[in-house]
Ligand binder design. Structure first.
Ligand SMILES: [Zn+2]
Length: 422
């Protein structure tokens, strides 16, 4: 590649501060309360991971009203909309931009814990993560139809509401979408939750393990002392997480907090008065450096077998059996802070008067990043907290700031002059 800035092969930097973007963004400023109303409506439709169909229907209905888009739903339930450059403008076959917002939430609203909204404050499971991202995705779909964008569109833009982003979903929606679109993307943006400063360009990888132990069980008095999967798993958890010398402690020392190991669930036993036959613990391991994850899996597996052996009698007849099952594995990846996509996001953040901050997180951006596609994750404006709990809250006070940042970035990438490398 030649290095002259005049060369058509030189990397073309998106310009999120281009003057034509200001009237486009100003038009969205008074529409923020309507956007909040959309957010609340979407969040009120329960969509726990694996059951996103009803919320997907609602997003699809909203997108289908927009004549400048082609829309549809794929075989896993992702809802998509595509804006294509008009004939004579742009390049319909240029590398596309993809924006993802996940449909699912960890917890669903319920009659006991509904989504509430009072003025600019809203509360309830999934109101921000990812009610905010979905409402912003639909608003972006509208904005792409603005004549100022339509006249400048240089590449296709895919807007995708994905299934299965949270927990057990294991990013299955974004994986399926990327599998079905093997041609290179120009860039991908995951729109996830509130926020107007952070730019996630490091994907945190994760490994979710279930460590199960099985024995012959028995009567709690007649067979007292027989191998007990719950006792053994308790010992396993205590040893793995011991503050001074466990796997968790050595992980914290060696990674300075860039990795985490969390025991998230424990289940076991069949009756109040019997020695259990089955028990398991679930463990969520996360790290930016993915080489750590297989090493953690090995260390945990080794410890589980050692503890089960120590808990079992010498004759081996009633020895505890150990199963280690991967419940999920999210790839990690990242792009440098100096990458043109991150630089464009930083410019967009500064353009709305906020301070860009680099971050690492787990999102739909993990999959494109792990496949070598430039990708980031951004919040969609407003402030929030308590994600993944029933007490999740969202404050819409200055939401136009974050939405404007997103709109500037997406519109500038979608209308960026295309060099030969595009
Ligand atoms: Zn999320």
């Amino acid at each position: 590649m030649r290095s002259s800035p005049e060369s058509d092969a030189a990397p073309v930097i998106a310009r999120p501060t281009a003057p034509w973007l200001t009237p486009l963004c100003d038009a969205w400023r008074p529409r923020q309360r309507a956007l909040l109303a959309q957010q609340v409506q979407l969040a009120r439709i329960a969509a726990p991971t694996g059951n996103e169909a009803a919320r997907g229907d609602a997003v699809l209905r909203r997108l289908a009203r927009l004549p400048h888009l082609t829309v549809g739903r794929d075989h896993v339930g992702n809802v998509w909309a595509t804006a294509t450059p008009a004939a004579g403008h742009g390049r319909p076959h240029a590398a596309p931009l993809a924006c993802f917002a996940h449909l699912d939430s960890v917890l669903a609203p319920s009659p006991d814990a509904p989504i509430r909204c009072d003025g600019v404050l809203a509360q309830g499971a999934g109101i921000g993560d990812n009610g905010r991202g979905l409402a912003a995705l639909v608003a972006l779909a509208h904005a792409l139809g603005d004549p100022s964008v339509q006249a400048r569109l240089t590449r296709p833009v895919h807007l995708v509401a994905t299934v299965g982003e949270e927990g057990e979903g294991d990013l299955r929606g974004v994986r399926a979408w990327c599998d079905a679109h093997p041609a290179p993307l120009h860039a991908a943006i995951a729109i996830d939750g509130p926020g107007d400063e952070h730019i996630v360009h490091q994907a945190v990888g994760s490994l979710r393990l279930r460590i199960a132990m099985h024995g012959r069980g028995g009567h709690s008095w007649a067979h007292a002392g027989a191998p007990n999967p719950l006792h053994a798993l308790s010992t396993f958890v205590a040893q793995a997480t011991a503050r001074d010398r466990g796997i968790l402690a050595s992980l914290a020392r060696s990674t300075r907090g860039r990795a985490a190991l969390t025991v998230t669930r424990m289940h076991g036993g069949e009756s109040l008065t019997g020695i259990p036959m089955h028990a398991h613990v679930d463990i969520d391991c996360r790290a930016v450096d993915t080489t750590l994850l297989p090493r953690l899996e090995q260390a945990l597996t080794h410890l589980a077998h050692a503890v089960a052996a120590a808990e079992s009698p010498d004759n081996g007849l009633s020895a505890l059996r150990v199963d280690v099952v991967r419940l999920g594995h999210r790839p990690a990846g990242g792009i440098d802070v100096a990458h043109p996509l991150v630089a464009a996001a930083q410019h967009a953040t500064a353009a709305v008067g906020r301070t860009p901050r680099s971050a690492a997180a787990s999102s739909d951006a993990n999959v494109p990043l792990a496949r070598g596609i430039p990708a980031i994750a951004l919040g969609a404006g407003g402030r929030g907290g308590g994600a993944h709990t029933a007490a999740e809250w969202y404050d819409d006070s200055e939401s136009h700031v974050g939405f404007e940042r997103l709109l500037r970035l997406v519109a500038s990438l979608a209308t960026q002059p295309i060099g030969r490398d595009a």
